[in-house]
Design a protein around this ligand. Structure first.
Ligand code: NAP
Length: 262
């Protein structure tokens, strides 16, 4: 299927690795020009070079820095001639026990996983509506639907974003002008983040990594972890010309892990 977005411009945040890179890759394959971001300039440039190799027609601009920093966000926006597509992504907050978290820990999590994407959305959506096309995809987490106990900061901050987006995405002044906003909720995906979490779990429990991995897979009916390419393909479809009637949705990709009917 031709997604009919060749030649458009996308900002993909936190995109040198993992799920963000998966989204940037799928968009590049569709001929979308990209402004990509991550903190480490070297690995970001390596990814940018890979993406340029996927389609000779596209431009790929790398803007290194912490996406939580307003100056970095301004640099991303300045580098993008027009934002047709915005993929919000960031590192996730650390695990822990809420008894140990200070107000500052909460502010950091809210800033990274709720307020940063909202700030970026604010800079883009009205101009998208004026032009009659816009797609925003927020990478959140399956934890929004089924909270993970040790990830309380993530459960809280991402639910805040989800609640805000639910209202914004339904504003007629946006949807009637072909601007959609959706959240993609990853379950367990085979990325550095998941591997770090499994390694930490193994160290803490004294079990070996294979055992811990086996236990995690037992909770996934697909009996495998997801991969960044399939995540990116779903994201690219949501960004496509064909997805203009889908907005305000929380779309789980978790190999059947979520046990509920709705
Ligand atoms: P990953 O493989 O560790 O990749 C994270 C990417 O984000 C890297 O490119 C990293 O590059 C960049 N990044 C991290 N912090 C950043 C910041 N402050 N500013 C700019 N870029 C930043 O992680 P992932 O698995 O793709 O996860 C992506 C998001 O999905 C996270 O929020 C994660 O919590 C969430 N999630 C993942 C899973 C999973 O199973 N993988 C499940 C549920 C939710 P630099 O380090 O160079 O900045």
């Amino acid at each position: 299927m031709d997604l009919q977005i060749a030649g458009r411009w996308a900002i993909v945040c936190a995109a040198s690795k993992g799920l963000g890179k998966g989204c940037a890759t799928a968009l590049a394959r569709e001929g979308v020009n990209l402004v990509i971001n991550a903190r480490n300039a070297e690995s970001l440039e390596t990814t940018a070079e890979e993406l340029r190799g996927l389609d000779k027609r596209i431009k790929v601009i790398a803007v290194a820095g912490d996406i939580g920093d307003p100056q970095v966000r301004s640099a991303l926006l300045a580098a993008c001639p027009q934002v047709d597509i915005l993929v919000n992504n960031n590192g996730g907050p650390p695990p822990g026990d809420f008894r140990d978290w200070s107000r500052d820990d909460w502010i950091k999590a809210l800033d990274a996983n709720m307020l940063t994407p909202i700030e970026l959305i604010k800079t883009c959506v009205d101009r998208m509506a004026e032009r009659g096309f816009g797609r925003v995809v927020n990478i959140t987490s399956g934890a929004v639907k089924a909270p993970i106990e040790v990830l309380g900061l993530s459960n809280g901050a991402r639910s805040g974003l989800t609640g805000f987006v639910a209202g914004l995405a339904r504003q007629p002044r946006l949807v009637s002008r072909n601007v959609t906003i959706n959240n993609l909720l990853p379950g367990p995906f085979d990325t550095d983040r998941l591997n770090q979490a499994l390694n930490a779990e193994a160290r803490a429990s004294g079990e070996d990594l294979a055992q811990v991995t086996e236990q995690r897979l037992a909770g996934v009916p697909a009996r495998r972890f997801g991969n960044a390419d399939e995540f990116g393909a779903f994201c690219a479809f949501l960004c496509s010309q064909h997805a203009g009637f889908v907005t305000g949705q929380n779309l789980l990709m978790d190999g059947g892990s979520y046990p509920g009917t709705y």
